[in-house]
Design a protein around this ligand. Structure first.
Ligand code: MSP
Length: 419
């Protein structure tokens, strides 16, 4: 059986799961089922990203130790996927001791191959995005989140990212589907073409991290640690490399530039594809705690079920682009597409099978509908293979309306026969 290994981001533990996290995980679950239908052994890794100053500070505020704090939120994420019925196979925590070994191994191999050196860094750092901001002055805002950056000076281990510019460009050229969709691919191409700076991959100012063996007080930079979780999760199953990393657009650079460079430096195989989807917005703006506009999946799941939410999100938002979430639109589609469209057709068809065919589905009946249905299945498969979920669903709904018309016509014809 061919394998298909896919991942969601491993989520930060400083916020409880919301519909944005559920969106990516739900799509991963959908792709897994789709691949299983095509005969693949499909496996999903999700997890929790637990190290860094940010978590250390959140734990302090909550009056807990970082580990206690992480245990509680990691469990919330795990329970969330169970409650929503999303079939994730691995929940990789970055505080798992087995993970520390894989991170250390990646570092050792990069070091041995000459891609890591010791240096000193002084600059502006955003603790929320765990990002050094180049060319920034003290107090300048972080380009990702707008919060003020902090000045840090540290002795760090550096990764020779600058040595990978040509290799990365070659990779994007040779594998045009490596980064999708195309708009995102172009962004990455422009970023890499502009030149790459070496990257500091350890910290001495942070305690809450994976220690670098033999180099106390260095701990690994959270992204060096977090990305490696994708590999740790399947270390014993031999499923690496990943066939797909599913992510939100804001973490594309880490996945499409840093991660393949780390793997190349260590001599490990690269993932096949990175798909960066857009954001779910609420009333046209990004959901955030401070705006108080966070939507949770649980209450929606309790009222209308996960399948309805999944249908809505995949039909309403073109996968890859930003899209707006609204309760009105959700209820509208639930009523018109699911209850009236699909629900009515199913109920009419079942009634007729009972009334006219003694409850047995007739086999081998050839009519134009059977052919349209076969074409629809093929088109949906093609669309789903390209992650064009809304297009695939539109095709299904066009079949629904064709079948509706067919039923009306045969109904009319049989009336005419009778009169
Ligand atoms: N810990 C990092 C990822 C490390 S992966 C090696 C992280 N965590 S996160 O908790 O901030 O999760 C971000 C991801 O959650 C996004 O990339 C996306 O998959 C999902 N989303 C969170 N909010 C979202 C929306 N509002 N809309 C769509 N997806 C969203 O980044």
């Amino acid at each position: 059986m061919k394998k298909y290994y896919l991942t969601t981001p491993i989520y930060y533990v400083n916020a409880a799961p919301h519909i944005g996290h559920a969106y990516t995980t739900m799509v991963a679950d959908l792709i897994k089922r789709f691949k299983q239908m095509q005969g693949y052994h499909a496996v999903i890794t999700t997890g929790s990203d637990e190290h860094g100053v940010n978590v250390e500070r959140s734990a302090q505020r909550a009056g807990k130790s970082p580990k206690e704090f992480c245990d509680a939120i990691a469990a919330e994420f795990q329970n969330q996927w169970k409650r929503l019925g999303l079939a994730v196979d691995h929940f990789q925590r970055t505080t798992d001791p087995a993970h520390a070994k894989v991170v250390q191994d990646l570092f050792d191999r990069c070091l041995k191959n000459g891609f890591i050196y010791k240096g000193s860094y002084s600059g502006q750092y955003c603790i929320f995005d765990n990002l050094y901001v180049n060319d920034a002055k003290p107090g300048d805002p972080c380009p990702e989140c707008g919060r003020p950056t902090e000045t840090v000076t540290e002795e760090n281990f550096f990764f020779k990212l600058s040595a990978f510019q040509d290799k990365l460009l070659e990779l994007y050229e040779k594998e045009p589907l490596f980064i999708q969709p195309d708009t995102r691919r172009n962004e990455v191409l422009a970023f890499v073409k502009a030149g790459l700076n070496d990257l500091s991959i350890t910290r001495t100012s942070i305690k809450w991290g994976i220690p670098v063996e033999g180099h106390a007080p260095h701990v690994f930079y959270v992204w060096f640690d977090a990305l490696t979780a994708y590999k740790t999760a399947v270390e014993n199953e031999g499923l690496w490399p990943a066939d797909l990393h599913l992510i939100g657009k804001e973490i594309l650079r880490f996945h499409a530039v840093f991660w393949p460079a780390f793997l190349m430096a260590a001599g490990y195989p690269l993932p096949s594809r990175i798909f960066a989807h857009g954001w779910l917005l609420f009333e046209e703006s990004k959901m955030s705690k401070s705006r108080g506009n966070i939507v949770r999946a649980d209450p929606i799941h309790e009222v209308m079920g996960m399948d309805a939410l999944r249908y809505f999100l995949l039909r309403e938002v073109v996968f890859g682009q930003d899209g707006n979430f609204s309760y009105d639109a959700l209820i509208g589609r639930y009523n018109s597409d699911l209850a009236n469209g699909l629900g009515n057709l199913a109920s009419r068809t079942l009634t007729m099978i009972n009334q006219y065919r003694k409850g047995v589905i007739p086999v081998g009946v050839e009519n134009p509908i059977a052919e349209t249905a076969r074409d629809t299945i093929a088109t949906v498969q093609q669309s789903f293979d390209r992650f064009e979920f809304s297009k695939g669903l539109e095709t299904v709904w066009s079949l629904i309306s064709t079948v509706d018309k067919f039923i009306v016509e045969i109904g009319r014809a049989s009336c005419r026969e009778r009169v």
